[in-house]
Design a protein around this ligand. Structure first.
Ligand SMILES: [Ca+2]
Ligand SMILES: [Ca+2]
Length: 93
């Protein structure tokens, strides 16, 4: 999924790329900036795949990659394959 979002294939998700995704899913454009700010934990203005994964882990109440349970890994796989679920997560205020 990350590769699909990364339109220019620089292995980073920019605000522009993310906004394109959000709008395609019917998420208002103004939601994108705060969401990106939350995901972009090193504040370099773009989201790496690991930052995106970390965000999903937090969304599932797990903040440590290493201790992620099989169940959460399964959920994460499901989310990454399900853009509608993703849209539901990103609009969390
Ligand atoms: Ca990119
Ligand atoms: Ca970043």
């Amino acid at each position: 999924m990350f590769d699909d979002l990364d339109r220019n294939h620089d292995s980073m998700l920019s605000l522009k790329e993310f906004t394109a995704l959000s709008m395609a899913m019917g998420v208002p454009e103004e939601h994108s900036q705060p969401v990106v700010s939350r995901i972009d934990t090193d504040s370099n203005g773009v989201m790496s795949e690991s930052e995106l994964l970390a965000f999903f882990l937090l969304a599932f109440g797990c903040n440590d990659f290493d201790v992620m349970s099989d169940e959460n890994q399964h959920k994460l796989d499901g989310v990454l394959k399900n853009l509608k679920t993703f849209a539901g997560l990103v609009v969390i205020p």
